[in-house]
Structures are given as structure tokens and as C-alpha cells.
Design a protein around this ligand. Structure first.
Ligand code: SF4
Ligand code: SF4
Length: 377
């Protein structure tokens, strides 16, 4: 189905790089980041544009493998390959690159990246308890100081509240679009949900991205629901980040007859976690909100199970598919406990897919996915 708001959004987001370069020419700074634990609100509050640098393309991996081990996660290799090739306009535009100490592979890659770009390492704790919150608060205070020193600005509480307001409205607008997947049938495919979240995340002007997302949600939300033939199994995709270029598994699922109605990763649904409406200390609010992100780099990671249970219920899914990039030990190990939880607590079928960005295993994956979907019918 064709939607005019979506076509307009695609046309506008095709110009994301040019818009970002124009903003930079006009004096705005750009801060690259590799993880959503870095609160983008801090970057917005200093007047800069936050951009994601996580690589989603296979093309840059061969170059990365001249330096990095082949067994490393494709997301890390793709990201680093772009740096070696100097082929990512967002990395090229970044005045500062923030690197969270998430997994071991990323940490070690960042050491090499620091030879090429001004890197700021943000020490992410691996737990989410009270001591970790104190530690994270200190880290974000230091990061705030680094932004102030680098860009010669003062980040006031007012500026932080304004950034939080923009972020809240962006999260709400994106959630309205992603929640369209709750309909039966979903009016958007999983690939479209991913495409919208991915393209929106590179729109440098937040007010524009909010209004584009609102238009999509409003046009599609008002349209009459299609007849529900009830044949497509509804899938919740969880696990590692995906983007345009690393969407292989979503594509195969949907080509095989499934409907990916919700994508619970940091490219999609993790991005819309609402910021609670507290009015006390904006930095402390960001500290608590960001550290609670349910990523497998946390040990333990209880919020992930709660989130999967909630999304499975809200999106009425028939099964959960857990995507793991090869070489990602945190998500790979956690898949065991997640399977146990999904099968035995939620009583839903579960499939883990371990793969990379290459196309070489597409037919093998297709056979496994088709066999899995057959048991759902
Ligand atoms: S999967 Fe975890 S470590 Fe990776 S970008 Fe998302 S939040 Fe960060
Ligand atoms: S997918 Fe896993 S290995 Fe890859 S960057 Fe994220 S946490 Fe690290």
C-alpha cells in the first residue's frame, strides 16, 4: 500500500546527509555516538546534532577485516570499516565521537578509532543497581563537562529541559508510528517500520523529524484497517541492532509469510522508551532513564524479560525471534535464558537466528525460518 506521508518522508530523508552538512556549514557541531546509552539529550542541549555511527552495511567489512579479527561482530567491523575507508559522511562530520564501553569488541575497536578521530570514552557500568547509578551520574557529569569544554558552551538546566522536551516529543511520535504494528493486520511491514525508524534517526532537524513522523502516524492511523485474513504469523523481533543494510532476517521472515509487527532493539522500540515526567534534576533524570536500557551488555538484565513480555502482549504476537550477530557473546549467551522465559513463561514459540551481514547464508536461513513458521500455522 502506498502512503503519501511515507513517500514525502522518504523524499525528505533522502536529503539527510545534505541537510546535516548544511547545518554544519551554518555552525552547528556534530557528535557521533555508537550506542543509545549515551543520552542524546545532552548533545542536543549543547546545540549539537547527535548522529548514530553504528555500521549497518556489509560493504565496509572487508576493509575492517584487514585490521580486526574476522570473528568479530559485523556491527563493529562495519562501523570500523567506514572509518578506515573514510566513507561515512556522518563520521566525517563528527566533531567528537562518544564511545560507550559496552562490549569488549567495541571497546578495543574504539582504541583503534582514537587514532583517527577525537574520541571520548564513556565508562558504562555493567549493572543497573544503586552503585552503578552513582558511577553513571559521575560519568555523565564528566561527559557534560567535555561537551562544554569542546564546544565552548554552558549546558544549563533550562537547556537540558528543552532537550528533554524535544526528545520526549520525538519518542512519542516514533512510538505512534511503531504502535501501528499493534493493528491486525499491521498496516506497515516490519521492513517499513525499520526503514522509518532508521531514516528518522538521521534527520538532523528534530522538529522536522517529529512532524514527519506525526504525519505518517496520523495518515496511516486514520485509514480504515485492511481485512484481517489472519494468515500471517505475528513476530516480535528482539536482539541486536538492525538497520537498512542489516535487515536480512526481517526480509526473509516477511518473504516467508510472517508479519514482523514489533522490533524490540535499539534501532526501533528501545528508542521510544518514554522519559518519566519528573521535574527535579534533569541530569539525574537522564542518568536513571539511560541506565535502565535493557541491553544484554548489562548483567543481570532483568528489564529485557519484562519488556519482551509487555511487547509480546501489546502486539499480540504469535512467536519471538531473537537475532544475534555472530561474535556477539552478550546477546548469544542471553538467548538461552530468553528462550526459557519465552517458551516456559510466555508460552510462545522462540527462534534464535545467529548470522552476520553477508548474503551467503540467506537460503539456509530461509529454510530454517520457513520450518519455524510452519509450526505456527
Ligand atoms: S545493543 Fe546495547 S550496546 Fe549495542 S547499541 Fe544497543 S544499547 Fe548499545
Ligand atoms: S551486537 Fe553485540 S558484539 Fe556487536 S556491538 Fe552490539 S553488543 Fe557488541
Amino acid at each position: 500500500m502506498s502512503w503519501s506521508s511515507l513517500e514525502q518522508f522518504r523524499a525528505k530523508s533522502d536529503r539527510n546527509v545534505l541537510r546535516m552538512q548544511a547545518e554544519k556549514k551554518a555552525g552547528r557541531k556534530v557528535v557521533g555516538q555508537y550506542c543509545i546509552y549515551t543520552p542524546m539529550e545532552l548533545v542536543l542541549a549543547c546545540g549539537a546534532i547527535p548522529v548514530s555511527l553504528c555500521g549497518t552495511k556489509n560493504d565496509s567489512i572487508a576493509k575492517a577485516e584487514t585490521v580486526l579479527p574476522r570473528s568479530l561482530c559485523p556491527l563493529i567491523k562495519s562501523s570500523f570499516g567506514f572509518a578506515l575507508e573514510d566513507s561515512c559522511p556522518y563520521l566525517a562530520a563528527s566533531d567528537l565521537v562518544v564511545c560507550d564501553t559496552t562490549c569488549d569488541g567495541k571497546k578495543k575497536m574504539f582504541e583503534l578509532l582514537a587514532r583517527r578521530k577525537p574520541v571520548y570514552v564513556l565508562e558504562l557500568p555493567q549493572r543497573q543497581d544503586a552503585e552503578a547509578l552513582v558511577f553513571w551520574q559521575k560519568q555523565l557529569e564528566l561527559f557534560k563537562g567535555k561537551l562544554e569544554e569542546t564546544f565552548k558552551v554552558n549546558i544549563s538546566d533550562d537547556a537540558l529541559w528543552q532537550a528533554i522536551d524535544v526528545s520526549r516529543r520525538f519518542r512519542a511520535a516514533l512510538q505512534k508510528v511503531l504502535d501501528l504494528g499493534k493493528r491486525k493486520p499491521s498496516p506497515l511491514t516490519g521492513l517499513e517500520l525499520l526503514e522509518i525508524a532508521f531514516r528518522a534517526s538521521f534527520m538532523p532537524v528534530y522538529e522536522e523529524r517529529i512532524s514527519e513522523l506525526e504525519s505518517i502516524a496520523s495518515e496511516i492511523g486514520a485509514a480504515q484497517a485492511a481485512e484481517n485474513t489472519g494468515r500471517a504469523p505475528r513476530i516480535l523481533l528482539t536482539g541486536v541492532p538492525t538497520g537498512l543494510g542489516s535487515h536480512k532476517v526481517i526480509k526473509i521472515l516477511e518473504e516467508s509469510g510472517a508479519s514482523v509487527v514489533c522490533i524490540d532493539n535499539c534501532s526501533c522500540y528501545k528508542k521510544v522508551r518514554p522519559i518519566p515526567s519528573e521535574q527535579h534534576d534533569p541530569l539525574a533524570l537522564l542518568v536513571r532513564h539511560s541506565l535502565a536500557i535493557p541491553c544484554a551488555v548489562m548483567s543481570p538484565n532483568p528489564n529485557r524479560y519484562e519488556t519482551v513480555a509487555e511487547l509480546a502482549r501489546e502486539f499480540s504476537v504469535d512467536a519471538v525471534c531473537d537475532l544475534t550477530w555472530q561474535g556477539c557473546q552478550t546477546y548469544d549467551v542471553e538467548s538461552y535464558s530468553l528462550r526459557d522465559f519465552v517458551q516456559n513463561t510466555l508460552s510462545l514459540p522462540f527462534l534464535q537466528i545467529v548470522t552476520d551481514y553477508a548474503e551467503s547464508d540467506v537460503e539456509q536461513l530461509r529454510i530454517r525460518i520457513q520450518a519455524f513458521l510452519e509450526i505456527l500455522s
